[in-house]
Design a protein. Structure first.
Length: 156
């Protein structure tokens, strides 16, 4: 797997955040390319973290933070891995989630406050995007390690 460097750009804050988030999203998905469903379900750590779960979890994280909490829309939130889940299905759902969350971001201002905070401290869209960026990068790193344990493949 070839290593891809993060994008470098001199743009506005929103486009910079979205470009770096997209890079991390794609890095996570690249860890799933070329493996089968059994490999995506392999558990190497006692927490049970798998590549399949990471993919579903990150779709859920984006839906939770952008659609449910920030935009205040009702949405199904689930990252449980089921017997009939496939890596292709999880990737399709995750990539479809990007379009939905990016649309909310593009129609909003970075200073807009999240609609549904469930008693938490108010946060604006800027914070939500930065949180998703660090969460996606963190889990992409987990995926790096899991993929290397599966077949030795490395690279972002």
């Amino acid at each position: 797997m070839t290593d891809r460097k993060p994008p470098r750009l001199a743009g506005d804050e929103r486009n910079t955040l979205l470009a770096l988030l997209q890079y991390q999203r794609e890095s996570l998905v690249r860890k799933m390319s070329g493996i089968d469903d059994d490999a995506a379900r392999r558990q190497f750590v006692t927490s049970g973290t798998t590549l399949l779960w990471l993919t579903k979890h990150m779709a859920r994280a984006e839906l939770t933070w952008i659609v449910y909490r920030f935009a205040g829309e009702d949405v199904a939130l689930d990252d449980e891995v089921r017997a009939d889940d496939t890596i292709a299905g999880a990737i399709d759902f995750y990539t479809a989630t990007w379009a939905r969350t990016d649309e909310v971001v593009k129609r909003s201002e970075l200073d807009d406050i999240a609609e549904r905070l469930d008693g938490d401290t108010p946060v604006d869209l800027r914070w939500v995007l930065m949180h998703l960026l660090e969460e996606t990068a963190r889990h992409a790193g987990h995926a790096d390690i899991l993929r290397e344990m599966i077949d030795g493949q490395t690279g972002r």
